[in-house]
Design a protein around this ligand. Structure first.
Ligand SMILES: Nc1ncnc2c1ncn2[C@@H]1O[C@H](COP(=O)(O)OP(=O)(O)OP(=O)(O)O)[C@@H](O)[C@H]1O
Ligand SMILES: O=P(O)(O)OC[C@@]1(O)O[C@H](CO)[C@@H](O)[C@@H]1O
Length: 308
């Protein structure tokens, strides 16, 4: 089975206005409410690409009910631990530029974490895939991420991680199957400016030395680079299209990549579908429909850029 974990889910409130005037009343042209949080976005796209999965994490309040109902409407099974507080609302504002305002989210206690870990202790078996994505909820530390990573390693489940510098680097020693930093996160991890593809490859390989099995670096409108444990180094382009809302593009890339990997174990084909999925979501209000992913696949070129 595939499981996603979102420690701090959200309702994403996506609003559009022509111009944003700080310090004044602004009225918007449109407002859309979308179930969000990185693991949740992955669950939606995995299901749309034909992969049953179970969404887990911590959830609460009327916003939590909204997220669960949306997932269930998508056909995604849910196994969240309920917390006695309201799941956050994150504002995604599209004016001249995209601005994101992410709330803190509810406090999570050690008892909540223990409940979630007890669930995984019962269900997880060899060959399962666990996607852990997004930031920690208040009350959580990197130790909780390492706990999940270690359990996956012990039970021989593939562990896929997309999170910030501190949480990602803390888990490297548990040998995650896939990590997906973006260019900015890669620069932050090493404290250097990374501008060329050669530099991306060098630092992605350094993450492998530190424990990651496969490293997918997303480069926004410049595509992505994949460094594999089997020695491949691949680069993908982006298709033509109108960016509508790039929120969730990275999550979609991970879901699209893993969906294809599970089917084929073909890294180049997986990168191709990952890239198509990321762009398809960037060209959509929420997470992409499978039909747009297939349509964009035709425009994605994956080339080998050297041997690892
Ligand atoms: N402007 C764009 N045009 C076309 N494709 C895009 C664009 N932005 C993102 N993508 C696609 O989506 C992938 C992931 O995007 P990005 O690097 O922005 O991830 P991210 O920073 O993790 O995003 P997020 O945190 O918002 O999900 C890119 O590698 C690319 O394939
Ligand atoms: O605060 P986090 O957990 O880092 O990110 C949460 C978030 O910004 O990530 C998703 C897009 O990747 C959104 O759906 C959601 O609002």
């Amino acid at each position: 089975m595939l499981y996603t974990i979102t420690f701090n889910p959200a309702v994403d409130l996506v609003m559009r206005t022509d111009n944003l005037h700080l310090g004044e009343l602004n009225r918007v042209q449109s407002a859309d409410y979308v179930a969000g949080g990185k693991g949740i976005n992955m669950s939606v796209l995995l299901k749309r690409l034909g992969h049953d999965n179970i969404a887990t994490g911590f959830i609460g309040g009327f916003t939590g009910d909204f997220v669960k109902n949306n997932l269930q409407a998508e056909g995604v099974e849910t196994a969240f631990v309920s917390v006695d507080a309201i799941t956050r609302i994150n504002v995604k504002l599209h004016a001249n530029q995209e601005t994101e305002i992410n709330a803190n989210g509810p406090e999570v206690t050690q008892l909540d974490v223990d409940r979630l870990m007890a669930y995984f202790e019962t269900v997880l078996v060899a060959g399962d895939v666990v996607f852990l994505a997004g930031n920690a909820a208040p009350g959580m530390t990197s130790e909780h991420y390492v706990q999940v990573a270690a359990m996956c390693r012990e039970k021989e489940a593939l562990f896929v991680l997309d999170s910030n510098k501190e949480l990602l680097t803390a888990c490297l020693s548990e040998q995650p199957f896939l990590i997906k930093p973006n260019a900015h996160e890669l620069s932050e991890i090493f404290g250097v400016a990374i501008t060329t593809i050669a530099e991306v490859v060098t630092y992605a390989k350094e993450l492998q030395v530190r424990g990651a099995r496969n490293v997918l670096v997303s480069l926004g409108g410049d595509g992505a680079v994949l460094v594999t444990e089997t020695g491949g180094v691949y680069q993908s382009n982006v298709p033509k299209g109108q960016v509508v809302n790039s929120v969730g593009a990275g999550d979609s890339m991970v879901a699209g990549f893993m969906a294809k990997y599970i089917e084929t174990q073909d890294y180049a084909a997986s990168l191709k579908q990952g890239a198509a999925s990321g762009s398809a979501t960037a060209f959509s209000v929420g997470i992409a429909e499978a039909s747009l992913v297939s349509e964009l696949l035709e425009q994605i070129k994956v080339k080998s850029v050297g041997v690892n």
